[in-house]
Unconditional design. Structure first.
Length: 176
């Protein structure tokens, strides 16, 4: 993701997270850390004509990764983009030597939870009232990257389950 993607990402953010959308300033500060050697990795999914239809971000600090955000334009959901974006974050976390990849997801967001489960994330706890102002709990999920790598998976193998073909979308990464 580059700075010029922030405006279209914000438009999607407002549509997809109407109760707790990130501000432009939050994306700017995340991208400020998405340089080589920085703690963040952000990626966008682009249509062939360059429209942003998905985005995702990773924080990696002290051997632990966190999925900061992941979202796909409603008109493009169910086509494998969410899986492609998550696979990108999982690969990057493994490449950076993270032992774990953690995330929070609303307890009522079963669709996202299904996606995470397909990747091997497991529930490890609940954060009460994590999402405000709606006061909705978060389910904390964890993917054990150390176990995956001990089992012999190379970073490039820590990929989405091969049950769907890759969508026809160009991806752009800050270090790409
Ligand atoms: C969660 C989210 C990112 C998933 O993105 P997505 O692009 O729809 O994800 P995928 O297409 O990879 O997978 C979703 C479903 O489509 C199905 N699918 C994927 N590719 C497919 C294809 N080519 N043909 C048919 N179905 C397909 C998957 O099996 C999956 O089915 P399931 O929901 O029954 O498990 C998306 O729903 C979203 O942005 N939601 C709003 C924001 C949000 O909640 N973000 C998560 C915050 S924690």
């Amino acid at each position: 993701m580059r700075w010029w993607h922030i405006a279209p990402v914000l438009a999607l953010e407002l549509e997809l997270f109407p109760e707790d959308a990130w501000s432009a300033g939050m994306f700017w500060s995340e991208l400020a850390e998405a340089h080589p050697g920085g703690t963040r990795h952000y990626t966008v999914a682009l249509t062939p004509d360059g429209a942003v239809v998905g985005y995702a971000g990773l924080m990696a600090v002290a051997g632990e990764g966190d999925v900061q955000t992941i979202a796909v334009d409603g008109r493009h959901q169910g086509t494998g983009l969410g899986a492609a974006l998550l696979a990108d974050l999982v690969r990057e976390a493994a490449r950076r030597g993270c032992a774990d990849l953690l995330l929070e997801v609303r307890v009522d967001n079963t669709r996202a939870q299904r996606l995470y489960e397909r990747f091997g994330f497991e529930p490890v706890g609940i954060r009460r009232g994590y999402y405000q102002p709606a006061n909705v709990d978060a389910l904390v999920m964890r993917l054990d990257l150390a176990a995956a790598s001990a089992a012999g998976a190379a970073p490039e193998d820590l990929d989405e389950p091969a049950d769907h073909p890759r969508p026809d979308v160009k991806k752009d990464t800050p270090h790409g």
